[in-house]
Design a protein around this ligand. Structure first.
Ligand SMILES: [Zn+2]
Length: 43
């Protein structure tokens, strides 16, 4: 199976690659807003 170009977006905040329609894992911004996830149980 050949992978085509990964569907990545560039975060407008920190300009890192991130998954589209996802909160940026680097700066936690999404759509110009800071998003705080409540997922302490998974880590
Ligand atoms: Zn970011």
């Amino acid at each position: 199976m050949k992978k085509s170009a990964p569907a990545l977006s560039v975060c407008p905040q920190c300009h890192s690659y991130k998954l589209p329609h996802r909160v940026c894992p680097v700066c936690n911004y999404y759509d110009g807003r800071k998003v705080v996830e409540d997922e302490k149980s998974s880590k």
